[in-house]
Design a protein around this ligand. Sequence first.
Ligand SMILES: Nc1ncnc2c1ncn2[C@@H]1O[C@H](COP(=O)(O)OP(=O)(O)OP(=O)(O)O)[C@@H](O)[C@H]1O
Length: 252
Amino acid sequence: MLENSPFVARLGDATKTYGRGPGAVHALQGVSVDFTAHTFTAIMGPSGSGKSTLLQVAAGLEPPSSGVVELAGRDLSGLSETALTELRREHVGFVFQSFNLMPTLTVAQNVELPLRLAGRRAGRGRVQEIVERVGLGGRIRHRPFELSGGERQRVAIARALICKPAVTFADEPTGALDTHVAAEVLALLRESVREGGQTVVMVTHDPVAAASAQRVLFLADGRLVDELVAPTAELVAETLTDLAERVRACPV
Ligand SMILES: Nc1ncnc2c1ncn2[C@@H]1O[C@H](COP(=O)(O)OP(=O)(O)OP(=O)(O)O)[C@@H](O)[C@H]1O
């Protein structure tokens, strides 16, 4: 146990290889990164650079091929599948581009689902409170097909936050949304860090979305190659262009 670790998630020299032999894909090649409590980090990089893999490994959904992964103060190596599932259920929230809501459940039931799966009930008013926080108080009994894309994503964020996870991993959470709705979803994620004390790690292709974060990490060919603190959309876009030129000039 690493109870006093300031990091809610950490990778130490982590690698991830899919497949074997000449066809093997080295999706992560020695990535070391710390995600400190109450921070919002964006991860960017070209298609296939390993962003989703980094998220999956950091979230304990995929084991690394080598290296160390710590989550919520625990070293994941040697944890049984059951212990890992419990750790994720207790400490990790997920938000995906495709929302992943249960179509037959109402907004309230979707939001409460992670607690029910963990054998817990939401305290009185807790579901209402969190649904209101994401601006859907009037939609609590609606089902996903009755909601817009942005509203569905807000349900997904409420569902990720209800367990007060140590860290929320978001994979392209605004990828399917138009600019205006994406801005609302990003504001919600930022607020969850600033006021809710959450930690968010978000993969995105969008420099504007990345500029919502406090820090942007850039991946190329499975390696962390750059970092921006207090990013602006312009700086993020410039860094991405430089990165593409560097990769073209000197493929890693
Ligand atoms: N389950 C898998 N089996 C085999 N190869 C995989 C698997 N998952 C990912 N890869 C490969 O690993 C590399 C990194 O993939 P990853 O999805 O992490 O990239 P990404 O940066 O998220 O890409 P994108 O922006 O296109 O979503 C790619 O070459 C991909 O084809």
